[in-house]
Design a protein. Structure first.
Lengths: 251, 257
């Protein structure tokens, strides 16, 4: 059944691309807006052979990874603190909830003012955007731990360390992994937004430039690269999530 | 009679600080001999569960002392006490057998040894063949069987049961009651069984302890002189009714106050 579903999806995608290709070749699509998939593919191959494009991809990847590595531990730690320390929760919970709901893009000019148009600015903005997801997720993860299970482990003589290892960690894992995955989605979006808004390098910078110069095949090729990379990251994190959260009831 | 396995000496328990002190239990004195099946009943909020958590060492009494197997209770005593709650409270990410083995894992017992012990307990509670199921793949009654197996896996002297069948449907409850009596007759644990059901108390226990409304005091201590093994037919006998009625008089009185 699953295999059949996959085949159907693959067939639908192929049909769509084929239809697009046919329409473009028949001249029914404006090549300035929607070039043929084969043209995009040619551009994609050419792009991947250009060192400066690879360098841009590297810059973006570095910014994304650095922001992620900073935001995840710091955000989760702050989330745990908010969950466990009532005073901090009373002080900062309203602020976090407020900022969580505000579109982070409006702060982008402030980041440029403080950091200049630079790689640290991209990383800082990535962290700023991502960290709220992880704070809220970290708090929710702690609160999702069933109190009764802690009680049971105490009856059976669990130490504090054992309660953390045997109860907290596995109970929190699904929500933690989900927040990490969501955070990564926000993080990639934030870094690309930064690059498109103003940068000296990075794939977002290239996309903005190709867009301004109406280099549509290059633009679409870059979109394909970014989309594939984002989906790959997302799927890897989802696979980890599925493995560690198999005990959750399937809905 | 054998020496008391659980001894409760002048135990009072209140919650809150001096300003707003809520008494929960007052001057309880009680001896439970080794191997006895004692039921604890009383009106809602009389401190039945509090009494169990004192014996489990989950909290310390405001005054008085609790002794378990001759030793003062100052904290949880996992090797002496097994506890079963209203909900099975299984770890949802562990299979049935790993849940049963969990108390042994906390004590760093080698894996093969603890799985062996857990398998024996699952056999005892009638769950052979369900070792690898996750909790969400088990029915309510089966989950509670796993919880009982977990409670027994360290071969504790005392089994504390806090309304263990209260969330189950009536038929499952009756089947599990009989199962519990079979397990008890095979293992001869000392059982303290908190329940809201007078039927359950009289049917299962050697002795029914009746607590008054808050603050809980021991108002009656009834010996259930029905022969063992118990059978469903006994529940319609006169003696069964007389015992139940005696308990009901206390509860009725308390609930009206």
């Amino acid at each position: 059944m699953r295999r059949r579903e996959r085949l159907i999806v693959a067939a639908a995608v192929l049909a769509f691309v084929g239809f697009w290709e046919a329409m473009a070749r028949l001249g029914r699509l404006d090549a300035g807006v929607a070039p043929a998939p084969s043209t995009v593919l040619t551009a994609l191959k050419a792009l991947l052979g250009r060192p400066e494009v690879l360098q841009s991809l590297g810059v973006t990847a570095w910014e994304v990874v650095a922001a992620f590595l900073l935001a995840v531990p710091v955000g989760l730690f702050l989330g745990f603190l908010l969950a466990e320390v009532p005073l901090l929760s009373a002080l900062f919970r309203p602020l976090v909830n407020f900022l969580f709901g505000v579109p982070k893009s409006i702060f982008l000019p402030v980041f440029i003012l403080v950091f200049g148009v630079s790689i640290p600015q991209k990383i800082a903005f990535g962290v700023f955007t991502t960290i709220f997801v992880l704070i809220v997720g970290g708090t929710a993860a702690v609160q999702s731990v069933p109190r009764e299970l802690i009680l049971v482990s105490r009856v059976y003589g669990a130490s504090r360390g054992q309660i953390i290892r045997e109860i907290y960690l596995p109970a929190m894992a699904p929500i933690l992994l989900e927040s990490i995955r969501l955070g990564m989605v926000f993080n990639i979006t934030a870094v690309l937004l930064c690059e498109i808004y103003g940068a000296r390098d990075g794939i977002g910078y290239r996309i903005a430039a190709w867009g301004e110069n109406v280099q549509m095949p290059q633009l679409y090729a870059a979109l394909v690269i970014v989309a594939l990379a984002a989906v790959a990251v997302n799927e890897v994190l989802r696979a980890v999530e599925r493995r560690l959260a198999a005990w959750r009831e399937r809905s | 009679m054998t020496r008391p396995l659980v001894a409760i000496r002048g135990v009072s328990q209140h919650f809150g600080t001096d300003g707003a002190r809520v008494p929960a239990l007052e001057s309880i004195d009680l001896d439970i001999p080794d191997g006895q099946f004692a039921a604890v009943v009383g009106p809602s909020g009389c401190g039945k569960s509090t009494l169990l958590s004192l014996i489990a060492g989950l909290r310390l009494p405001s005054s008085g002392a609790v002794l378990c197997d001759g030793e003062p209770v100052t904290g949880p005593m996992p090797r002496k006490v097994g506890m079963i709650f209203q909900e099975a409270n299984l770890l949802p990410w562990l299979s049935a057998i790993d849940n049963v083995a969990f108390p042994l894992k906390l004590r760093h017992v080698a894996k093969a040894e603890r799985l062996d012990a857990a398998r024996r307990m699952l056999d005892l509670t009638g769950l052979r063949g369900f070792e690898d199921r996750l909790p969400h793949q088990l029915s309510g009654g089966m989950k509670q069987r796993v919880a009982i197996a977990r409670g027994l896996v360290q071969n504790p002297a005392v089994l504390l049961m806090d309304e263990p069948f209260a969330s189950l449907d009536e038929q499952t409850r009756m089947v599990l009651g009989d199962e519990l009596l079979r397990i008890w007759s095979e293992t001869r644990k000392t059982v303290l069984f908190v329940t809201h059901s007078l039927n359950e108390a009289v049917y299962l226990a050697d002795r029914v302890l009746v607590l008054s409304a808050r603050p809980g005091r021991l108002v009656d201590d009834i010996r259930v002189d029905l022969p063992r093994p118990r059978s469903f037919a006994m529940t319609s006998e006169e003696r069964f009714g007389t015992l139940k009625d005696r308990i009901w008089q206390h509860i009725k009185h308390a609930e009206r106050r």
